[in-house]
Design a protein around this ligand. Structure first.
Ligand SMILES: Nc1ncnc2c1ncn2[C@@H]1O[C@H](COP(=O)(O)OP(=O)(O)OP(=O)(O)O)[C@@H](O)[C@H]1O
Ligand SMILES: [Mg+2]
Length: 187
């Protein structure tokens, strides 16, 4: 559990497929372990119901109705994990539309969620995805993700975007750390 009045915190690594959410989540976990020894991360895609996984494996884009229960689960599991594990948890979840983020937040109001978007343009993502194997995300789902993508604007609190184009993993990690500094420090 957390100490004092600090709310449990969840960092959501957001963005379209192939932006580096899983890669960066693993790096941030190592960095934040000095302050939060039990922090780990959940791959949001692993808690999709089987019907959603079947659709995605056939490159059929999910509808919003397919997503609501899954988003609630992502919210619940990561909030509970933050409470159980030193007050901080990390989850990867594309969170493309603002209404998805709002549902994650409103479903676990006891927890603060920070949406950290990783962004790269469609061509870079297509290049990465087509090179990658062993993943259910098909290249032809990328267009649908880009048409859904609604990056957080200045009015959305506890959210920011890191442009990953042309940056090494280390550079991206540094920018993410800078964005998260205040959130993770608990101020
Ligand atoms: N900054 C970077 N520069 C170059 N390659 C990167 C960078 N970040 C990640 N990658 C590579 O891009 C690919 C996609 O990264 P990763 O699997 O972390 O993305 P993801 O957002 O989790 O994708 P998905 O949504 O499909 O799970 C991987 O092969 C990873 O090694
Ligand atoms: Mg991933």
């Amino acid at each position: 559990m957390t100490s004092g009045a600090t709310k449990p915190k969840v960092i959501v690594l957001a963005g379209t497929a192939g932006t580096g959410k899983s890669t960066i989540a693993a790096k941030l976990r190592e960095i934040f372990r000095t302050k939060y020894p039990d922090v780990d991360f959940l791959e949001g895609d692993t808690v999709h119901p089987p019907e959603n996984i079947a659709k995605m494996s056939h490159a059929i884009p999910l509808t919003d109705d397919d997503r609501w229960d899954w988003l609630k689960k992502v919210s619940e599991l990561s909030s509970q994990s933050a409470q159980k594990h030193s007050g901080l948890w990390i989850v990867t979840c594309s969170s493309l539309k603002k209404k998805y983020r709002d549902l994650i937040r409103s479903h676990s109001p006891e927890t603060d969620f920070y949406f950290l978007f990783l962004f790269a343009d469609r061509l870079l993502i297509l290049d990465r995805i087509t090179k990658r194997e062993g993943h259910f995300m098909k290249a032809n789902m990328i267009n649908s993700q880009f048409s859904d993508l609604m990056l957080p604007d200045a009015a959305e609190t506890l959210a920011s975007t890191v442009d990953v184009d042309g940056k090494s993993v280390e550079q991206v990690v540094q920018e993410c750390q800078a964005d998260l500094k205040k959130f993770v420090a608990g101020n």
